[in-house]
Design a protein around this ligand. Structure first.
Ligand code: GUN
Length: 288
């Protein structure tokens, strides 16, 4: 058996085309195109690449894109000022601050400075809290949402399945665990202190690797036929590496997302979808 490779690039392309059509229909109805504002602090090469991809995808879909690039030695107050600038600008519909931020910056304070009405990433504690309460927030974090879309569109059964999420970050692991619980999976969240990680992972029908350690998940961690979602995006010598050792896992898994071309493009597509949803909610409703 060899895993079905889930083509995230192709799915994301379809979704981006749907978004472009929606933006065009807004324009046809006399509505201004959505506008996304992004703060990229410092010069982390991986973050710069992701933000470049977001900007390119936004502009191709007809979404306006404004980028603010404070230096790596900025203070929390500097970043909060920029957040206030974007949040107070009536022309901006959605905004985000690219993570991780330099060590000296209080990330929690920054995430709370993105108003819920413009929270393009869905990282505001109120939106994450709504997700934890089992409610559907208006926007959901892009990477977890992208993973769910790929599972659903690939026909992977979720309800009643055993899902194991390796990684408990606020960006991926925690919200994805909540989305899986809300979709009726039985979920285990693992992290650096988990004992006998491979044995826990081998119980998974759906295994999500969001650790940031290239190639760590080998066949030994995978139940035959499982869906393996690789969220790893570590940049090594200009190459993007996933957390899954594809050569070893592909013969064992039932489905596998590649890196690059799996979850990454979906994150961007879901961000655009969130931005359009926020813009729609800030424009007058169409007259029936
Ligand atoms: N860093 C890695 N992924 C993301 C993301 O989806 N949003 C933000 N803001 N930062 C990230």
């Amino acid at each position: 058996m060899s895993a079905t490779i889930i083509d995230g690039s192709a799915v994301a392309k379809t979704i981006r085309a749907e978004i472009a059509a929606e933006v065009a229909s807004m324009a046809a109805g006399g509505l201004a195109p959505p506008h996304l504002g992004v703060v990229l602090c410092g010069d982390d090469p991986a973050s710069a690449t992701y933000v470049r991809n977001k900007g390119r995808a936004a502009e191709r879909a007809g979404i306006r894109f404004t980028l603010l690039t404070p230096s790596a030695d900025s203070s929390t107050a500097d970043i909060l000022d920029l957040c206030a600038r974007l949040s107070g600008d009536p022309d901006i519909d959605g905004m985000l601050v690219q993570l991780p931020l330099p060590r000296q910056i209080d990330t929690g304070a920054v995430l709370e400075a993105v108003p819920v009405a413009k929270d393009a990433d869905g990282f505001h504690p109120l939106n994450l809290g709504r997700l934890a309460a089992g409610a559907a927030p208006p926007v959901l974090p892009g990477t977890p949402l992208g993973c769910m879309e790929l599972l659903r569109r690939s026909g992977v059964p979720i309800a009643g399945s055993r899902a194991v999420v390796v990684g408990r970050s606020v960006i991926v692991g925690r919200p994805l665990a909540l989305l899986l619980v809300n979709a009726d999976a039985t979920v285990t969240v693992c992290h650096s202190k988990t004992r006998d990680l491979a044995a826990v992972c081998r119980e998974a029908d759906i295994l999500v690797a969001a650790i940031g350690r290239p190639g760590m998940i080998t066949a030994e961690y995978v139940k035959p036929g499982a869906a393996v979602i690789d969220v790893g995006t570590t940049l090594v010598d200009g190459r993007l590496l996933g957390d899954v050792d594809r050569a070893s896992v592909e013969p064992v898994a039932g489905w596998l997302t590649p890196v690059p071309g799996g979850v990454g493009p979906m994150t961007v597509a879901m961000l655009l979808r969130n931005t359009v949803a926020l813009a729609r909610s800030r424009r007058p409703a169409p007259i029936p």
